[in-house]
Design a protein around this ligand. Structure first.
Ligand code: 5GP
Length: 184
C-alpha cells in the first residue's frame, strides 16, 4: 500500500478540503459574470481542479494543457515544451490557470507569457500549494491554498516517478523510497 511509503503528512485531507471550499467561494464571486476558461496544467492539477470547480457554481468552461519542463538538476530550467495544447481559443477570455504547486515559478511564467501572446483578456494563477522560498522568477500566484516549506511533497495529484498522485493528502516520502529507486 502506498501509505507505507509516507514519512509524514504535511496537509491533511480536511485541510485540503477547507482550502478548496475557500478558493471556490472566492473565485465564484470574482468570476460570476465572466464565463472563465479554467485551464488545468496536466497532470498534477487534476485532483485539485476537479474538486475546485465543483465548488464554483457559475458558468465556465474547462480545458487542459500538458507541458513538460526541462530540468537542470532538480530545478525546472524555464524551457517548456507543449505536449498537449488547449482545444479552446483563449483570445478575449478570462483564464484561470490551475496548478498543483508553484516552485521556481518558471513553468507558470512561461504559460502566462504564452497566453498573453495569444491575447487572453485576463490571467489568474491558482495553486493549491506554494513554495515561495524556492521562487527564482517574478511570479506570484493570485490564489494560494497553502504555503509549504521547501520539501519534496507528494499526493493530491503530485507524484514521485508518476506514483502517489492518488494519495488523498499531501505527504513527504520516506528516505528509503528514494534509496529503493536508486537500487532498482
Ligand atoms: P516550477 O516551474 O515552478 O519550478 O515547477 C513546478 C512544477 O514542478 C510543479 O507543477 C510540479 O510538477 C513540480 N514540483 C515542484 N515542487 C514539487 C514537489 O515538492 N513535489 C512534486 N511532486 N512536484 C513538484
Amino acid at each position: 500500500m502506498i501509505e507505507q511509503d509516507i514519512a509524514k503528512v504535511l496537509v491533511t485531507r480536511e485541510e485540503l478540503e477547507e482550502c478548496v471550499v475557500r478558493l471556490g467561494n472566492q473565485l465564484s464571486k470574482e468570476y460570476k459574470d465572466k464565463n472563465p476558461l479554467v485551464v488545468g496544467v496536466l497532470r498534477g492539477s487534476v485532483m485539485f481542479m476537479t474538486d475546485l470547480v465543483r465548488h464554483m457554481p457559475i458558468p465556465m468552461e474547462i480545458d487542459f494543457i500538458d507541458v513538460s519542463s526541462y530540468y537542470e538538476g532538480t530545478e525546472s530550467s524555464g524551457h517548456v515544451k507543449i505536449i498537449k495544447d488547449l482545444d479552446t481559443s483563449v483570445e478575449g477570455r478570462h483564464l484561470i490557470l490551475i496548478e498543483d504547486i508553484v516552485d521556481t515559478g518558471r513553468t507558470l511564467l512561461k504559460l502566462k507569457e504564452l497566453f498573453e501572446y495569444r491575447k487572453a483578456e485576463s490571467i489568474a494563477v491558482v495553486t493549491i500549494l506554494d513554495k515561495p522560498e524556492r521562487r527564482v522568477v517574478d511570479l506570484k500566484a493570485d490564489y494560494v491554498g497553502l504555503e509549504v516549506p521547501n520539501e519534496f511533497v507528494v499526493g493530491y495529484g503530485l507524484d514521485y516517478a508518476q506514483k502517489y498522485r492518488n494519495l488523498p493528502y499531501i505527504g513527504v516520502l520516506k528516505e528509503s523510497v528514494y534509496q529503493r529507486e536508486i537500487l532498482d
